[in-house]
Design a protein around this ligand. Structure first.
Ligand code: FE2
Length: 234
């Protein structure tokens, strides 16, 4: 997977499953407090709000729900999505079940990161993710549809001729997108001009199949925010 290439796998996850997940996460998000929890061995599943948080490595505005393989969850997420991690590991030349066990491996762990970008304020600055032994591509599951769930903004990257490339009008909920994580990418403001209502959960949902270094692992670099010039990790 070279820089500049983007691969789209169509209809990986059903609409029904996606709407069940969004309904469940919206309910969790409405009825419990968001809190920042660092990525460490044994961390609980959790959700947090990032409203241009100065502590984040990449500036953005979204609501994030994180799940780890060592915790159980009602959907058995790591069970139902294991094939996408197997593909990710295979692309990286790793044993397919690497980072999916009950303990971190090489200071890293798989983390399912659902991200909700609200209409009116959701965005993420252009950035480059750490590409090292642990990951080359970060698969993304699209969970919303441009044109109905939100009308403008979304995934953007820099194409081969250095031109800005917007992707969301070419993908549908259920599609998985693969790209080299070092490629500059970000999320352009969702539905600019609209009033933001965090509790409505209206906007753009995605699921990132992340493999993260633990917060105490200093061997792998952090993500780099290209727009604000700060170092950091999301
Ligand atoms: Fe990223």
């Amino acid at each position: 997977v070279q820089q500049g290439d983007i691969f789209i796998i169509r209809n990986v996850v059903s609409q029904k499953l996606i709407s069940n997940i969004i309904e469940y996460l919206s309910s969790v998000g409405r009825h419990s407090f968001p809190n920042y929890v660092p990525i460490l061995r044994g961390s609980p599943n959790s959700h947090r709000l990032n409203i241009s948080d100065a502590r984040a490595y990449v500036k953005g505005c979204f609501h994030q729900f994180s799940f780890y393989p060592w915790n159980q969850d009602v959907f058995n997420f790591f069970g139902i999505f294991k094939n996408i991690y197997y593909l990710k590991n295979a692309i990286n030349g790793k044993p397919i079940d690497k980072f999916l066990g009950l303990e971190p491996e090489d200071g890293c762990i798989a983390r399912l990161s659902f991200q909700f970008y609200p209409s009116g304020s959701g965005y993420m600055n252009m950035h480059s993710d750490p590409v090292d032994h642990h990951q080359l591509v970060v698969p993304n599951l699209m969970m919303s549809n441009m044109g109905s769930d939100f009308m403008s903004g979304g995934f953007c990257t820099i194409g081969k001729n250095n031109q800005k490339l917007m992707l969301d009008d070419n993908i549908r909920a259920g599609d998985v997108v693969l790209f080299n994580a070092v490629m500059p990418h970000g999320v352009e403001l969702i539905d600019g001009g609209q009033e933001c209502d965090w509790l409505s959960f209206r906007g753009r949902w995605i699921l990132l199949f992340a493999t993260n270094k633990l917060a105490d692992n200093t061997n792998i670099r952090n993500a780099v925010d290209i727009e604000s010039g700060l170092g950091g990790s999301n």
